[in-house]
Write a protein that binds this ligand. Structure first.
Ligand code: ATP
Length: 213
């Protein structure tokens, strides 16, 4: 009888632990120069397949890799994200890296988000191309203990990683910000590659006409 009582106590304790449902939030980090439908499709697929509560879009201020071209101003990139996600109640713009300034490191962002929301479990969403670069991420060994990486296929290949990564199956999307910028310079259409409102804002404000972006 004693054993049974003990067991049921443990079971109860476990039950209450698992029923403390943590908020599960996806993070889409990147330069978003500009945001495109590939970003939106992957975010939505990961959200629905993992049953996440919401997705935060976190544009960086300055990305850590120095070979990147200078992106357009952070406030413009954020504005385009805002326009792109307005109609999705599960998507949110988070300006934490823009507000902080300087070079944006994911580890700093996660430490700050965890400090503000200790009960939230974060899922960091990346493209398959990024998986190979994970070992180069700043303080990756610490970062991996704080978040779960989720990857989606890109360019057809699935990379193996020395770090644990959850692969989510999405349609292969051959859209990149680089391609969008080139199309704008070459005066080719970006319709259906980015949301209507994003395309309109880019045209109206003459964004990405300068090849340096
Ligand atoms: P660029 O062409 O300027 O490098 P990008 O299209 O890769 O830009 P980022 O803002 O750098 O856009 O991407 C943020 C994250 O989204 C990265 O992890 C990237 O791998 C991923 N990503 C972007 N586009 C796709 C796509 N079409 N399929 C899968 N992952 C993508």
């Amino acid at each position: 009888v004693v054993t049974t009582v003990f067991k049921s106590d443990v079971a109860l304790a476990l039950e209450s632990e698992t029923s403390q449902v943590k908020r599960r939030v996806g993070i889409m980090g990147g330069t978003f120069n500009p945001i495109h439908n590939g970003h939106l499709i992957m975010a939505e697929q990961v959200r629905s397949q993992l049953g996440l509560d919401e997705i935060l879009f976190i544009p960086n201020n300055i990305p850590p890799h120095i070979d990147t071209k200078t992106a357009i101003d952070g406030s413009m990139r954020a504005k385009l994200i805002e326009l792109a996600i307005k109609d999705n109640a599960n998507f949110e713009l988070e300006r934490i890296e823009l507000n902080k300034g300087g070079v944006s490191y994911s580890i700093d962002t996660i430490i700050e988000l965890k400090r503000q929301h200790p009960d939230t479990q974060y899922y960091f969403i990346i493209g398959g191309d990024e998986v190979a670069y994970l070992p180069k991420w700043h303080r990756i060994d610490e970062l991996i203990t704080m978040i779960t990486f989720v990857a989606v296929k890109r360019n057809g290949f699935e990379q193996h990683s020395k770090y644990p990564v959850i692969w989510v199956d999405t349609p292969l999307i051959e859209i990149s910000s680089t391609d969008i910028r080139q199309r704008i310079i070459q005066q080719r259409s970006i319709r259906y590659l980015v949301p209507v409102k994003v395309a309109e804002y880019i045209v109206k404000n003459g964004l990405y006409q300068d090849e340096r972006h």
